[in-house]
Write a protein that binds this ligand. Structure first.
Ligand code: FES
Length: 65
């Protein structure tokens, strides 16, 4: 039986984070891994205090992108 490949949807939201519809495995530069089964939001404004996740700071700094 062939294995099924799940398509992951990645969305660059207007003036906000990158939205990834899970499940997704995240691996850090030192090999640490976490599995997220839900939709996650990754910061792309650089202002989050909870990187790599968005914490809403993009609204406070009026991020455009
Ligand atoms: S994109 Fe939301 S805090 Fe950076």
């Amino acid at each position: 039986m062939a294995s099924e490949i799940k398509t992951i949807k990645v969305t660059f939201t207007k003036d906000g984070p990158i939205m990834i519809d899970g499940p997704v495995i995240m691996e850090g530069q030192y090999g640490n891994r976490t599995t997220e089964t839900k939709t996650i939001f990754l910061c792309r404004c650089g202002g989050s205090s909870n990187k790599p996740f968005c914490d809403g700071t993009h609204k406070k700094i009026d991020f455009k992108g």
